[in-house]
Design a protein around this ligand. Structure first.
Ligand code: UD1
Length: 343
């Protein structure tokens, strides 16, 4: 099948391209390189032995997006990753987030309608659940008011897609709600490339251990959890990537139960910040300099997924352990350090 991957040089996008290629799909990447590097295309080719087509393009530009669809006829499915994702930045500059994340999605939907492309997989987030009352959280748990403009773009995008499948016959959407994707490809050829000071836990841990940051702040140690630190459902990015291939296959093979489906993608296990740190120290032998500080505003206390629906309907289950996640993240940081040293 011919699959268009928007945001395909980004963190989750690049891992998904590799898994699509491994299953024999032909991939076209579109990315404006606003938060990734062209070199990722070379790295993908090194892993898979196949160079995906690459188009540097901003999907917010409607005429260029139209030209992209015209250039690649007969696309069987689209996996739409392209979006901004920094929570704090979205609070400081909401318009950039609404414009970028929503305009690019709407232009993509317009292109799908005009060029008769039926299937879209959308990158959503467990952020739509806020702090759920019942854990583990199921797909039918209520969506709660978003904590940030970033989170709101995910909720609004799901609404846009729901309205679109209702209005436009033949359109199918699967929204995948990610929990906390971490880790890197086992080859350490692709991984997360945070710009500036990382907001997320794992890149902050690896950058602290490598000496780029002085100390990790553990945000909150007075939560109502066994060790007092917040709990998340961390999932290996390679497991997550594989679920995208299954989701797009489900649609192209017409196996979906409805034209708008939602799946949680997590492991179903919650780990605290201290458990993640312990795993990292154990598998790497590195001692991490960290201190317990106040809670980070906007953080939820604990959330992990009920993955029954994805397990049963997609026949997919996350296989990689927390130790494999933290070790692969460390190998990736070591490779980045090699590159930094050789400059
Ligand atoms: C965040 C976003 C979420 C987004 C996801 C992916 C918020 C509230 N949520 O998830 O919407 O989809 O990133 O980008 O920002 N932590 C520390 N020290 C640090 C960094 C993090 O203790 O330096 C803790 C956090 O408080 C949290 C856990 O580690 O308990 C995970 O944090 P993070 O990796 O930022 O992900 P989320 O906040 O869960």
């Amino acid at each position: 099948m011919k699959i268009l991957v928007t945001g395909g040089t980004g963190y989750i996008g690049s891992h998904t391209v590799v898994e699509l290629q491994a299953q024999g799909h032909e991939v076209i990447i579109v990315d404006n390189l606003s938060n990734s590097e062209r070199e990722v295309v070379d790295q993908i080719a090194l892993i898979s032995g196949i160079r995906p087509a690459f188009e540097e393009l901003d999907l917010c530009d409607q005429s260029k997006t139209d030209a992209l669809f015209a250039k690649y006829p007969n696309i069987d499915g689209i996996i739409h990753f392209a979006a901004y994702k920094a929570v704090g930045e979205s609070v400081a500059n909401p318009m950039i987030y609404y414009r970028n994340n929503l305009q690019s999605l709407m232009n993509t939907i317009d292109g799908m309608r005009k060029y008769n492309i039926s299937n879209l997989v959308f990158s959503s987030s467990c952020t739509v659940y806020g702090q759920p009352e019942v854990l583990p959280v199921r797909e039918d748990s209520p969506v709660q008011a978003a904590f940030s403009p970033y989170g709101n773009t995910k909720q609004i995008s799901e609404e846009i897609l729901k309205d679109s499948v209702n209005a436009y016959a033949g359109l199918n959407v699967i929204a995948l709600r990610y929990f906390n994707p971490i880790g890197a490809h086992p080859t350490a050829l692709i991984g997360e490339l945070p710009l500036g000071v990382p907001n997320n836990l794992i890149p902050f841990i690896t950058q602290t251990a490598i000496g780029l940051r002085q100390q990790l702040s553990v945000f909150g140690s007075d939560y109502n959890t066994p060790d007092g630190t917040a709990i998340r459902d961390y999932i290996h990015v390679v497991d997550l990537a594989k679920a995208h291939v299954i989701a797009v296959d489900r649609m192209t093979k017409g196996k979906g139960k409805s034209n708008f489906e939602v799946f949680n993608l997590g492991t179903g296990n919650g780990f605290s910040v201290l458990e993640v740190i312990n795993s990292f120290e154990k598998v790497t032998g590195e001692k991490l300099n960290y201190k317990l500080v106040d809670r980070r505003p906007g953080d939820v206390e604990q959330v992990w997924a009920d993955t029954t629906f994805a397990n049963e309907e997609l026949g997919w289950k996350a296989a990689l352990t927390l130790d494999e996640m933290t070790l692969s993240a460390w190998k990736w940081e070591l490779r980045l350090q090699e590159k930094r040293n050789s400059k």
